[in-house]
Design a binder for this molecule. Sequence first.
Ligand code: ADP
Length: 301
Amino acid sequence: MQIKKVVVLTSGGDAPGMNSAIFGIWKECLDKNIELYGAIGGYEGLIDNNFIKIDYSILVGRINRGGSVLKSGRSPRFLKSTYFNRALKNLKDNKFDGLIVLGGDGSLRGAIELRDAGVNVISIPATIDNDLNFTYTLGYDTATNNIVSVIDNITDSLNAFGYGAVIKIMGRNCTDLINNVAKSINTDLVITKPDFDMKNLIKKINFIKKQQTIPPIVLVLEDVADTVALASTLQSECKIQMRPHILGYIQRGGSPSAFDRRYGITAGKLAVETLKDKECVMIGLIGDNLTKKPFEECFKI
Ligand code: ADP
């Protein structure tokens, strides 16, 4: 089919590289003489008919920044049929030939609903969690590097004082990010389940303390354990200062890595190219290759 008018949205948690993907989409649309619009705030923009025409003035100076020029967002309204139908009507009334959704597994569920209602939709896995069935999701590489870099800074002070730390890491219920960081800083003190073995953790910290080399750094996945309470328990059990750190948004903000920029731009271009086939696929990296997968095959958890 001939594609004349496309809309893109960013949904769920923002991921560094979303702006690079929007840039790739915009450039491909420009080259192919396709009109490009952005829905503001994820699925909320579809519901409220809140669209902007994307031109270079919106992207200039932002391609190499995290966040999303279109604002990302969660939309509980989109789950209700009244608002979903309103979103559908707006897509139709604006005569969009295709929709590109940048987001994680929740956003993909939304894309599936739209596909089933007849919308020509392509998705790109954009989430720092790496919880979709590709080798890498967009933003995962940058988040890993952000976290490792911050832990390096924390480690300087831990070394200076002879302290340890308990650090809360994002990832929702996916362990890829925390395990990737753990390998990168060479710690096996990783808590990914609420029923972890406290005795074994204390034993390992005491062993590290005795070695007097690297500081004990415990990584905790999101809400699996209370970071502050755990640091306090380990401090009294192991007789070493254990400083709690909750990194928060520092993990996913900032400049996307070269890897994520290339990923975003190339996936964005291929997404526009693929819309003409009305295939409704997710486009992400398997190894080093951009690969198209049917939506249902993209869930990992
Ligand atoms: P992520 O895409 O990063 O996983 P969320 O899980 O918060 O983020 O999902 C983003 C948005 O996708 C939700 O706010 C909602 O609008 C939409 N969404 C999530 N689950 C569904 C679903 N089962 N059906 C339709 N839309 C959904």
